[in-house]
Design a protein. Structure first.
Length: 82
């Protein structure tokens, strides 16, 4: 199992920690941001393929911002896709 830790940009959350193995999300944790919503997202992506999470979350916006915590999660996960 490997861990990806990254700092999102332009959102309230401060850090995202993703444990993954063989292209599958094992667990996810977000520091900061809308705690309940992000706990829900982390629970939903557990067991999903990295590519599927990216395709579902990329491009989501938060209010007037051009990004969101889910979008930043997708951007971080793109580091795992080669």
């Amino acid at each position: 199992m490997e861990t990806l830790t990254f700092t999102p940009e332009g959102v309230c959350s401060r850090q995202m920690i993703i444990e993954h193995e063989n292209g599958i999300i094992i667990s996810a944790r977000v520091i900061g941001g809308c705690h309940g919503n992000l706990q829900g997202i982390c629970a939903l992506i557990k067991g999903m393929k990295v590519e599927d999470v990216i395709s579902k979350l990329q491009g989501i916006r938060c209010g007037y911002k051009s990004t969101s915590c889910p979008d930043q999660l997708a951007k971080g996960l793109k580091q795992l896709v080669k």
